[in-house]
Design a protein around this ligand. Sequence first.
Ligand SMILES: Nc1nc2c(ncn2[C@@H]2O[C@H](COP(=O)(O)OP(=O)(O)OP(=O)(O)O)[C@@H](O)[C@H]2O)c(=O)[nH]1
Length: 818
Amino acid sequence: MAALGDDLLGIVNKLQDLVFNTIGNDSLDLPQIVVVGSQSSGKSSVLENIVGRDFLPRGSGIVTRRPLILQLINVPSDRDDRPEGDEIHIPHTPASVAGHQEWGEFHHIPGRRFFDFGDIKREIEQETARIAGNNKGINRQPINLKVYSPHVLNLTLVDLPGLTKVPIGDQPTDIEKQTRNLITEYIAKPNSIILAVSPANVDIVNSEALKLARHVDPMGRRTIGVLTKLDLMDHGTNALDILTGRVYPLKLGFIGVVNRSQQDIQGNKSLADALQAERDFFRHHPAYRNMATRCGTQFLAKSLNTTLMNHIRERLPDIKARLNTLMGQTQQELASYGDVAFTGKEHRGSLILQQMTKFASSFISSIDGTSSEISTKELCGGARIYYIFNSVFGNSLELIDPNTNLSVQDIRTAIRNSTGPRPSLFVPEMAFDLLVKPQIKLLEIPSHRCVELVYEELIKIGHTCGSTELSRYPRLQGKLIEVVSDLLRERLGPCSSYVESLISIQRAYINTNHPNFLGAAAAMSSVINDRKEQEKKIALNEERRKREKRRQKDLNGLNGVDTPEDDEEAVEATDKPSTLAVRGHSKTSRSMSPAVRTGTHGAHSIASALNNARPSSPNRMSHGAAQGSARDSFLNYFFGKDGVPSSAPVGMQVPENRPGSRHVSQNSQPSIATSLRRGDTRTIDRPDRHVLEVAQEELDNGSEARDYYDTPFQFGESDVPPLTEREALETELIRRLISSYFNIVRETIADQVPKAIMHLLVNFSKDVVQNRLVSELYKEDLFQDLLYEDDAIKAEREKCEKLLKTYKEAAKIVGEVL
Ligand SMILES: Nc1nc2c(ncn2[C@@H]2O[C@H](COP(=O)(O)OP(=O)(O)OP(=O)(O)O)[C@@H](O)[C@H]2O)c(=O)[nH]1
């Protein structure tokens, strides 16, 4: 055996030791020989022959029930009676298998040497039963055994449970699948050499071992075929074709062996005798005689050794590369547990300061979105705050209906109450003020919720901005979170009250001069436009109906059919549905249909109401007020008051002479009424011309409201009087004015609340967090407690340190030969 070969195997064994003892996992895939085959094919027998000792549990039925990782370690012989010839020192000869200083060691019983191989066998049995139970069950947890002997070649072998088809005993129903998976797991590793054991007395085409091996090594590059039970073949048959590779090609070839039969075992035939018998078998067998030197256990052991050596030589650069990667990863993990430079009492202060700074910057960067650990799974930090402002808060504001909770009765009552003891001559501004203020309060709940959501998000950021290094000190981490939470809680109060006052401010003064406010004239104009639209539609329908009637009549005339009605009648007839429709609507309006109550079809109802009012209005003057005066007051309210300077700038209108009456319109142009009185319609804007026309019409028809001042002070559900035409109009106007004003306030709040939250809560916390942490926690007497190290993390760090040391050692070992 080449010295280099020994070195290589020695290296792999050292690595195996290191890896198995220290790491205990498969992170470093080391070269090894894996023995596979169907149950009772002779796997354990082959292994025993290679070791040259009786040490494996044997028997018919399933015996190997846990993987056995067997490391053979060649140790120099301590025998002085070196006989003639060197046979005793050549492994696996009958002479060599004769009681030297040999022993086995189990990984699960460290430090104990088993000199009696019978004890090793018993320990394997017990250990198997301990994990896999007593009744035929299998388990994937390996048993690790090292055998030190002068008669073995350095090899690492893995004995695996044999493939079975039918479950017996405690075996699960999917035993075949489980075993197959376990075997595949071992042989799939590119660093494994597969020792595929097939009994020669079963046709090779049925070999489960070869089938499995082919699956993971289709080119047969790392599979060695072993044919057992050659002695049990039918007389007159032999396996020469297989052994010479003519039946199944394998790059590493087939090797035939003869192990002890069950009878030999029961008869306590020694391995030495068995090996001798095997030699004799091949030497004297007519078919194998010529190839006897390439058959048998000794040749198999040598071949395995050489193959493993070559394999290791091939794989070593890969192992080195893998070691480097592992070292890098472990180094990184270790670094995440903290800077070693900061350990020791004198560095406690700087360590705490360092952690605080890291925590504070992580808090700030999470908000700013500059954190290096940005989640791709969900919105977090600053992005979530933005989402709260724009989507959550924005949408909840948008969802508020400006007229929510405002029933027609509420509006009417407000209008009446705001006029005081006098009868309602016009829609008073007081009613608008009275009604719009509670509506603005509706913005308060979403605004508060917005503050709370941002606060909650900041608390969440506080909880997530620690590092692995910080989790090493759970008390420090807890304190840092606590201080940040306290700071945020402190800011929550001022921020909430500021936001509340933003809404109170809006309610404190209803600025009807706001440039975006619709104003009474525009509101009236829009109501009237809607009415016109509606009328136009009705007229169009009428026209269409008339045309159709005429066409029908013409057609009938042509066909000689008499028509009972003349043109006039026809028109009247076509008119009827319309009149009825209008009347019907008017009736509906009076009886307060739900649509009218809620104002959904306000324009239509107003149109109907106005139509209906015309013939009767002169007789319905209620309180004897001069017609001109009433008309004046009503229109003054909507269209401006005479005496307002036409050139008065926006927001600078002179108040009306009438005490208690204020202006709603902010229009700086001459009011429509003013223009009307002056007879100057040129100064009126186009949309206002409609208003003018309708207003003129109203004046001409004297359509004044009927009043209901004799109705009860509070309306019950059942005794609600119907809306007058005038009230319907007023209600609709008030609704539109409320909507317009509410929208202005909503826009302001949507803009101001996020700004206030950013200033008072988010930015403030960002600015003071570092100082607050230092002032609260940088105290000498707290250091000891704060730097209490978490036991689990400590253990993890130590494990990591140990691992890194192992990898470094392994890299050094590999480096010696590369
Ligand atoms: N005659 C003869 N019997 C053999 C030979 N090899 C194995 N046997 C017998 O076959 C039976 C099974 O052998 P094992 O070595 O236990 O087979 P195994 O594949 O390890 O069995 P499991 O671990 O249970 O899967 C035993 O009774 C052996 O004595 C051989 O070459 N010749």
